[in-house]
Design a protein around this ligand. Structure first.
Ligand SMILES: [Zn+2]
Length: 710
């Protein structure tokens, strides 16, 4: 097999003459064919002149129309206020009836010292940038003549990729100018231990493969991936799920900045070992998917050999329903919301299928585009005027039988129109205007609206879409938009989608789902034989979820908190606090789980406090220098120098003889020895400095002393 996907470097070092039959032209031609140019400008201009005449007559009818418009506006208002109900149920029966299919792909960065196929450090230390490399990547048909649809799509976007070259964190292996070194044994051991944890069948001889990467995140245009094990399982609370495969892969480059023309990549993390764990597609409900993602995350963390922090673990979900299509959702940062994202995807597919049925009944048709530029010569519509000032064009097309459907809500604040707009935007335009929108808010004049309708030959049940921008981009955008609009009558496209709004849990189109065969053998890397010794070691080191759970139950009396902690990213922090401070496990667990959530919700940035500082706070507490309340205060304040903060904010604990003196002083001042009055007064003044239990004890001692003295 030859590379399906080729890269073109600026210096042309890597150009392979046999695969230089770029598909660039093919793609452009394809798009151009779709934009079958039947535009007849003369005909169009005549129509516009007629409109001018009609307009004069139309003014007479205006009064009658105003009444009708009032009614229309009320309808629109109601439509705007209607919020789509996303509260889908969560029982397995409901999803079974829908033909719900759902599987996870979990990617976790490992905490090894070196990268997977070279000797660069995997620790992401600070390093100087010594050079830059620019590359374009082009889709090339493989031996079977197929071009990966996601590669084809990325090429259409024609973006330039820039890679920073680091002194110690990158090398020639990254840019495929040097063969890969031996596979990192440290990473392999972690992978094998994980395979054992999921009771998987480990492959005897591992064969590294290359997987095409289509978005520039790998300067070599491929990622090395090695299947380590197959066919395991994991028990969740309501179902058992198959763990179909475990891979050891190379991490991609991080994005520093991107715009429509260029992406700047940071390849310092490129090549860091990554574990990919895939489940079967038989997860029964959205909440089960969330639970399974949490469980897999925990098993990974129990190894103690994974990187932590934002972006070090990534959970992709594949979702489809009967009649719909497999859609991959990427980039969910908050695992807690995974079920809501899945429910929204189910809803999106349901709604798109409903729209499809209506389009079929309406005998819907998407027409060829028409140049509308001349209509908008003197327009007050800002987004169009801006484009025309830059010598842009305006084109539009008619969608018969779409009326009301472009604006019909398929997800919170998302419509079929937004789905089509996602595609158009890929061709570097700012989006589109469709006729189900409130066009008066754009500033459309009656003349413009009538002229557009006449030019497109619009009937009662027809809709239109207009796109403005540079001529070349508009043609591409119209091509993509008409293609997507036409597909609405066929079904739901296979897509990779990304997070659009993390509060609403909505997604947007990123690119077509990669087609099946993106893999081919890496002939520069030797196969790896798995020995019995390696298997035995893996068995010993396999992370054991149930053992971890049992040991937490022993330490923490509240099982619910223990279970929360088990699934949380804070599990290792908990262990480190207990190990270093000897603080009460119940207090530590409660603080990390409940108090952190409470403070986070109240707007405190507890998640930004460094692990070292949190451990320091608990050390201060365990040694008796601060109270539980002061722990909370310190978490609210944050910062790094805990000892200083304690002094500055007067958070030191008052205890022992200092507390005795305080009680005596209070008693004199209040002229009272009533224990309740003493306790309440001291607690209200020194809540943060005094432990309630100790105070009660000390007051009792004080009263005994008083009695004796009297
Ligand atoms: Zn390297």
């Amino acid at each position: 097999m030859s590379d399906n996907y080729q890269k073109q470097s600026q210096d042309n070092l890597n150009q392979n003459p046999t695969s230089s039959i770029s598909s660039e032209k093919i793609i452009i031609n394809k798009i151009n064919n779709k934009i079958d140019n039947k535009i007849n400008n003369n005909k169009n201009n005549n129509k516009i002149n007629n409109i001018h005449k009609q307009n004069a007559n139309a003014k007479k009818e205006d009064k009658e129309n105003k009444e009708n418009k009032k009614i229309e506006n009320v309808d629109k208002k109601e439509q705007k206020e209607r919020v789509i109900n996303t509260e889908l149920p969560d029982d397995a029966e409901y999803y079974k009836k829908l033909g719900f299919m759902c599987g996870l792909e979990i990617h976790q960065r490992l905490a090894t010292s070196k990268k997977l196929f070279c000797s660069c450090s995997a620790l992401q230390l600070s390093d100087s940038i010594i050079s830059k490399i620019a590359r374009y990547q082009r889709a090339v048909a493989g031996e079977l003549g197929d071009i990966d649809r996601s590669a084809e799509f990325e090429e259409l976007r024609n973006r330039r990729f820039i890679y920073n070259v680091h002194d110690k964190l990158t090398c020639l292996v990254d840019i495929d100018e040097e063969p890969p070194h031996e596979l990192n044994l440290e990473a392999l051991k972690i992978a094998l231990a994980l395979a054992k944890a999921f009771d998987m069948k480990i492959i005897d001889e591992l064969q590294p493969m290359r997987k095409e990467v289509v978005d520039g995140s790998d300067p070599s245009a491929f990622q090395r991936t090695t299947m380590v094990a197959l066919d395991g399982k994991l028990k969740a609370s309501k179902q058992e799920i198959g763990i179909s495969s475990l891979f050891i892969e190379e991490e991609s480059s991080g994005i520093i900045s991107e715009n429509e023309n260029e992406i700047i990549y940071d390849p310092s993390r490129l090549g860091i070992p990554l574990i990919e764990i895939d489940t079967d597609p038989y997860i029964e409900t959205p909440s089960a998917a969330k639970e399974i993602a949490f469980l897999i995350g925990t098993i990974l963390r129990i190894t103690g050999k994974v990187q932590r922090g934002i972006g070090t673990i990534r959970q992709d979900v594949n979702v489809s329903i009967k009649g719909g299509a497999r859609v991959e959702i990427k980039g969910m940062q908050e695992l807690d919301k995974m079920d809501r994202f899945i429910k929204n995807e189910v809803l999106r597919q349901q709604k798109l299928l409903e729209i499809r049925e209506k389009l079929k009944i309406n005998n819907a048709k998407v027409f060829e585009p028409v140049d509308l530029t001349s209509i908008f010569k003197n327009t007050k519509i800002k987004i169009i005027a801006n484009q025309l000032a830059k010598k842009g064009v305006v084109k539009g097309f008619k969608l018969s039988g779409f009326k009301g459907l472009l604006g019909s809500e398929i997800n919170p604040n998302r419509r079929l129109g937004s789905e089509i707009s996602d595609y158009a935007k890929m061709a570097k335009v700012n989006g589109l205007i469709h006729s189900d929108e409130d066009l008066s808010s754009y500033g459309f004049s009656d003349f413009e609206l009538d002229a557009v309708k006449a030019s497109l030959n619009m009937g009662e049940d027809d809709s239109f879409i207009i796109i403005a921008g540079p001529a070349e981009n508009v043609d591409k955008a119209i091509g993509l938009a008409t293609e997507r609009a036409r597909y609405a009558s066929t079904g739901i496209p296979l897509e990779t989608r990304g997070v659009l709004n993390s509060d609403l849990c909505t997604t947007k189109f990123l690119r077509p789902l990669p087609s099946g065969s993106r893999m081919y053998p890496e002939t520069d890397a030797r196969p790896i034989l798995i020995t019995n010794e390696m298997l035995n070691e893996a068995e010993e080191n396999a992370p054991d979820l149930e053992k971890e759970r049992r040991s937490l139950y022993k330490e923490i009396s509240n099982k619910e908190i223990a279970d929360q902690l088990l699934l949380s990213q804070k599990l290792s922090l908990y262990h480190n606090i207990i190990k270093e401070s000897n603080a009460d496990p119940n207090f530590v667990a409660n603080t990390l789980m409940q108090k952190f959530t409470e403070l986070r919700r109240a707007g405190y940035k507890v998640d930004e406090i460094k692990e070292k500082s949190i451990i320091e706070i608990f050390k201060e507490y365990a040694s008796g220098r601060i109270t539980k309340q002061a722990v909370e205060e310190l978490l609210k304040i944050g910062g790094e120098n805990i000892k200083n903060t304690i002094k500055e904010h007067k958070l030191e604990r008052i205890s022992g003889s200092d507390l005795d003196q305080l009680i005596e002083k209070m008693s004199r001042e209040l002229k009272s020895s009533d224990p309740n009055i003493l306790r309440n007064t001291i607690m209200s003044k020194y809540k943060i400095n005094v432990s309630g239990d100790e105070l009660v004890m000390k007051i009792n001692e004080f009263l005994k002393r008083e009695k004796k003295n009297n």
